[in-house]
Design a protein around this ligand. Structure first.
Ligand code: COA
Length: 361
């Protein structure tokens, strides 16, 4: 049998920690962030509200906006020097966090600034335009949009703020678990963030929204969705943006992001193409859901957050290669909150394994 009893593949259903940070109700399709329904938190459109809520259990003040602005200004010279070193922005993020040294290893706000700055600078560099330095007077999301697009855009900044709040935390997801394992060893916050980025990078976790946009482009029109999906499934491939370990109903974050898309589309920054893409995404979702229900009648496979993420981040003007990095810009708030919570627990995370190998002699 080995060290301990039977193994749980993928640790499905295993409770790894008590947390006050977020509740994911997979049957009801509900996400609560430290007492707030995710839609209510996201409605603020200001990432600092998610940060203050997760880290200190309160709404943000102007001082919080100023402190994160100052952290961006302080972190910029290092980010500016490093930009262009990596063709993949999640590798750039991993490298940036890995290089953090000395007392800065436990500077949570500095790490939040670093992840945001690296993502924005990478996106700007990718577009071939001169880099834009941060403006500490703006809130995080507004400033990152300004750094990416070269000019402030309040509607897009608010849309990004809503996205970052929506994805700031999500129970014991793989990257949060990875960060907590690192924190449980007594290691530093930067190392936990590096672990989080490494886990988020994979296509089964944070790597899906870029491929979702590729899929929407490949399908092109709603009437082509059914044939395209059937061919993918016949080839043994998964439909990106569908399915979830916990949700058995539609991911509640999809509706929150759809509201952000609608608000952006109706604003002065709105692009009519976005409404068309949202309609296509909904048609593809409906086809995928029906095809997966036929294929897996016992396992409800519904849309996850990545469907709406792809449409929203594209409308904000973020290149699809940087979608996963943008996910990290929001989720780093949750990782660092979990690091603090794990430190308070103060016990090493060290599960058991079951030995199924040979014995000699
Ligand atoms: N397309 C096709 N089939 C899917 C599927 C998808 N998107 N998601 C799950 N399935 C199938 C699996 O192939 C598996 O079938 P099998 O038992 O015949 O092997 C079955 O449904 C159960 O899936 P499982 O891998 O046990 O689910 P999980 O809880 O381990 O995985 C995800 C959850 C999210 C990793 C999975 O649904 C997936 O790969 N989705 C696509 C990637 C994605 O959108 N990721 C972003 C998550 S927010």
């Amino acid at each position: 049998m080995g060290e301990h009893g039977p193994s749980a593949d993928g640790l499905e259903g295993v409770v790894a920690a008590d947390t006050e940070l977020s509740l994911v109700d997979g049957a009801a399709g509900e996400l609560v962030i430290r007492g707030w329904p995710v839609g209510a938190l996201a409605a603020s459109g200001r990432f600092e509200d998610a940060l203050a809520l997760l880290w200190e259990g309160r709404r943000a003040t102007d001082d919080d906006v100023a402190r994160l602005g100052a952290a961006r200004a302080a972190g910029w010279p290092r980010v500016e020097r490093a930009v262009g070193a990596h063709a993949d922005p999640t590798v750039a993020l991993r490298a940036a966090a890995a290089a953090v040294d000395g007392p800065e290893q436990d500077d949570g706000l500095g790490l939040v600034a670093l992840v945001g700055l690296t993502t924005a600078a990478w996106a700007r560099w990718r577009s071939g335009q001169p880099l834009v330095a941060p403006d500490p007077a703006l809130d995080h999301a507004q400033d990152l949009v300004r750094m990416i697009r070269g000019a402030a855009d309040p509607a897009r900044g608010r849309a990004l703020g809503r996205y970052l709040c929506t994805v700031c935390d999500h129970g014991m997801n793989a990257s949060t678990f990875a960060a907590r394992v690192v924190a449980s060893t007594g290691s530093d916050t930067a190392s936990a963030v590096v672990a989080g980025i490494g886990a988020l990078k994979g296509p089964l976790h944070g790597g899906a929204p870029g491929p979702v946009l590729d899929m929407l482009d490949a399908i092109g029109a709603p009437e082509r969705a059914s044939g395209w999906i059937a061919a993918e499934l016949a080839a043994g491939r998964r439909i990106m943006g569908m399915g979830h370990r916990v949700y058995r109903v539609r991911d509640p974050r999809v509706a929150v992001l759809e509201a952000a898309i609608a608000e952006l589309t109706a604003s002065a920054s709105g692009d009519p193409a976005t409404a068309g893409r949202l309609a296509l995404a909904r048609a593809v979702e409906a086809e995928a859901e029906a095809a997966l229900a036929r294929r897996k009648p016992d396992r409800p496979l519904k849309a996850n957050v990545e469907f709406a993420t792809a449409v929203l981040l594209d409308a904000i003007g973020i290149p699809r290669e940087a979608f996963t990095a943008t996910f990290a810009v929001g989720r780093v708030a949750g990782w660092i909150a979990h690091v603090a919570e794990q430190r308070a627990v103060g016990r090493l995370i060290r599960p058991a394994s079951r030995y199924v190998g040979p014995r000699q002699g």
